[in-house]
Every structure is written in structure tokens, then in C-alpha cells.
Write a protein that binds this ligand. Structure first.
Ligand SMILES: *Cc1c(COP(=O)(O)O)cnc(C)c1O
Length: 386
């Protein structure tokens, strides 16, 4: 019955019930434990202990599953914990394929944490389907997709990858943090698992850390149950307050996203014409190498993230970032406020990001003000240099 509603309706109504009081907005259940019946058993539908389950967590998980048109959602204390649970569910001796442009800490998980765990990985250009096919090994268990990618906005054709692994045991997981379910529903394209850092667009206000793994009918049962085990027994769970805040944030998700996307598209066109910008990475620009795939895959909603290569070196890029007044020079993304970051200096010596690259998380401010902010920063920085 519930499945008949649009995800935008679920985003508002999908998890606010409090049948015991009739409250329209559910209270925050801080209790870590819940009363048993006289015979020591639990009443039907009651929680036992908050690590295992909690009303606020169940509510937000229900909503998140709806937004991705999934079967179940398993919430974690961070996006990294969610990614960790997927990698860990594969078991030892497996091989994972990751894209060459990827959220830096996902790669660190494989290079640092899994270095001594007999889990191997290789890196390939996922915009090139033949390269992906060639990189598959006999023990490949997972292809990890991140599209558009961080920070170069490379686009992977999800359907092409899921078709490639059809009839094999290889799972396809999408880190859908950047695209969000507003732009892409990976399950419609054949993916087996969806992961989000809910810290970003889903949380939307830069005030909660969280992650989630969403499963579907196509997720193997043993994988789904292991991920749930890692949550409950592993214990990397979000607090009831964070779940409540995320639930509240999701109510406005479908109202925020069109503004993020609209502002990002306008800014991308502005940067493309600007003499101080060498290159703009945004999948909604016809000049993007994968524009056609993006049009189909993102249904003309290209997201709120972009990156630019400014003319000059790392120092010039850092100067542009620090002369902005509205756009804050800070890590992270997906909040209502615009943020800018110089990825190379954040990622450190092993960074593969170009030195003149600035990543921009476009907020929902008035777009004329954002454009004006960049104009004045470019004017200040480039006048000084000439
Ligand atoms: C932020 C981010 C993560 C990690 O999420 P945390 O909540 O910071 O742990 C993973 N993938 C992408 C694409 C991200 O932007």
C-alpha cells in the first residue's frame, strides 16, 4: 500500500508515527533499554536495547529504504562505517574493483585498514567499460561505483556495469552520496547495494554524521544479514538524536534538491565562460565527456556538486577559495550552505587531484549572490597576480 506513494511523500510521512501519543512528529527516544513483559519476553513490536534497535532508528531506516525504493535500510554512525560493513560482508580472500577517481577515505579503507586482511583491490577507469571488464578477476566479489565521482565528477554508466556482471556472483554497490536518490536510483539500474554518507545531502545541514546501506530484492540474503549483524553486534550505530535529526532533514530533501541542482547548473555555465577558469567538471554541461550518459542516468538532474580547475597553480586555487565571503572554505558537502575546498591539500601527498582543482558543494543560497561572490574573488586574486 505504502509503495504507491511518491518518494517525496514518503520523505515527509514515511516515519514520523507515534501511535502511543498521537504526536505528529515523533519524540526522541533516548532510552537505551525497553521494558519486558512479566514472563520475561518482549511485547510484539517492542525494542529491546538501543544498539539492537531503537524507534528513531527504525523510523529513519524505513524512510531511507523508501527513498531508494529498496527493501531495507541499515543505518550506521558514519558513511565510512556503512562502507566498511559492505567490504566486510564479502569475507576474506576477495577482490574489489574501485574507480580511479573516488572518495579519498574509501580508498584509504582498502589501503590502510584492509592491508593486512587478505582483501585485495584494483583501481580502474570506470568510464571505460572494456577496462572494467579486463580488470575483473576470478575472485572479484564487488564492483564499487561512485558516480559522479569525487572530486573530478567522472560518470560511470551503472547499467553498463550491472549488465556486465549479470549471471555472475559479482555484486555492484553504488556510493550514491553525491547523486542522491533525487538524481539516481541505482536499484532501477540493476545495482545490488546502495550506500550513502547521510552526513551530506540527505542530512543537508552539516550537523549530523551518519551512513546507511540500503538493500533490495536483488541483494543476496547472506550479505544483507551480515551487514545487519555488523550494525547490531559490531555496534557502529547512530544515536537516537542523530536519527531524529536525519528523519527531520529528509522531510525537506525533495524541496532542497531542485535548488542545489539549479544553482549548480547555473554556476557551471558561469564558470565555463569565465576567463580565470580552465575547466569545469559538471555532468550537466554538454562539454562533459559523459553528458549523454548523465542525461539518461540522472534524468536531467545533475546534482549539487561540481569542480573547477582555475588558471594557475595550487596557491592561486587556495587564494580563490579564501577570498570568498559567502562560500565557506571547508571540507564536506551537501549542506544548505555552499562550501569550497582545495582537494589536493586536503588529500595529502598521495592525492591524484590536479593542483588547481577546487571542489564546490553548491548550496541553496540565492544564485546571483553566489555568482557575485565568485566574481569578486576572481577579481581580487587575478588582479593581484598581474
Ligand atoms: C563523505 C563521503 C563518504 C564518507 O562519509 P562519512 O559520513 O564522512 O563517513 C563516503 N563517500 C562519499 C562520496 C562522501 O562524500
Amino acid at each position: 500500500m505504502e509503495h504507491l506513494y511518491h518518494p517525496a511523500t514518503h520523505a515527509i510521512h514515511g516515519g514520523n508515527q507515534d501511535d502511543s501519543t498521537g504526536a505528529v512528529i515523533s519524540p526522541i527516544n533516548l532510552s537505551t533499554t525497553f521494558q519486558r513483559a512479566n514472563d520475561g519476553t518482549f511485547l510484539e513490536g517492542r525494542d529491546i536495547y538501543t544498539r539492537a534497535s531503537n524507534p528513531n532508528r527504525r523510523q529513519v531506516e524505513t524512510k531511507l529504504a523508501h527513498l531508494e525504493k529498496g527493501k531495507d535500510a541499515i543505518a550506521f554512525a558514519s558513511g565510512q562505517a556503512a562502507t566498511f560493513s559492505i567490504f566486510h560482508s564479502l569475507g576474506q580472500g576477495k577482490h574489489i574493483l574501485i574507480p580511479n577517481d573516488i572518495y579519498y577515505n574509501t580508498r584509504l579503507l582498502l589501503t590502510e585498514v584492509y592491508a593486512h586482511w587478505n582483501v585485495r583491490f584494483s583501481v580502474c577507469d570506470m568510464t571505460d567499460i572494456e577496462e572494467v571488464e579486463a580488470a575483473i578477476q576470478p575472485d572479484t566479489a564487488l564492483i564499487w561505483i561512485e558516480t559522479p565521482s569525487n572530486p573530478q565528477l567522472k560518470v560511470t554508466d551503472i547499467q553498463a556495469i550491472t549488465s556486465l556482471v549479470q549471471g555472475t556472483n559479482i555484486l555492484v554497490a553504488c556510493d550514491n552520496t553525491w547523486a542522491t536518490p533525487y538524481c539516481i536510483n541505482p536499484f532501477d539500474l540493476g545495482a545490488h547495494l546502495v550506500m550513502h554518507s547521510t552526513t551530506k545531502f540527505l542530512g543537508g545541514h552539516s550537523d549530523i554524521l551518519g551512513g546507511v546501506v540500503i538493500t533490495s530484492e536483488k541483494t543476496p540474503e547472506n550479505i544483507a544479514s551480515k551487514i545487519r549483524q555488523f550494525q547490531i553486534i559490531g555496534g557502529g550505530v547512530p544515536s537516537p538524536f542523530d536519527c531524529w535529526l536525519l528523519n527531520r532533514s529528509l522531510s525537506t530533501f525533495y524541496a532542497r534538491m531542485p535548488i542545489h541542482c539549479g544553482n549548480a547548473l547555473r554556476l557551471a555555465h558561469f564558470f565555463e565562460q569565465h576567463p580565470n577558469v580552465e575547466k569545469v567538471n559538471y555532468p550537466g554541461l554538454p562539454s562533459h565527456e559523459s553528458f549523454r550518459i548523465s542525461q539518461r542516468q540522472m534524468q536531467d538532474k545533475f546534482g549539487g556538486m561540481l569542480s573547477i580547475l582555475v588558471k594557475g597553480d595550487a596557491e592561486t586555487a587556495l587564494a580563490v577559495a579564501s577570498h570568498l565571503h559567502i562560500v565557506k572554505h571547508a571540507t564536506s558537502l551537501g549542506g544548505v550552505e555552499s562550501l569550497i575546498e582545495h582537494r589536493q591539500s586536503v588529500e595529502g601527498i598521495h592525492s591524484v587531484s590536479p593542483p588547481n582543482l577546487l571542489r564546490i558543494s553548491v548550496g541553496i543560497e540565492n544564485c546571483d549572490d553566489l555568482i557575485h561572490d565568485f566574481e569578486q574573488s576572481f577579481d581580487t586574486v587575478y588582479q593581484k597576480n598581474t
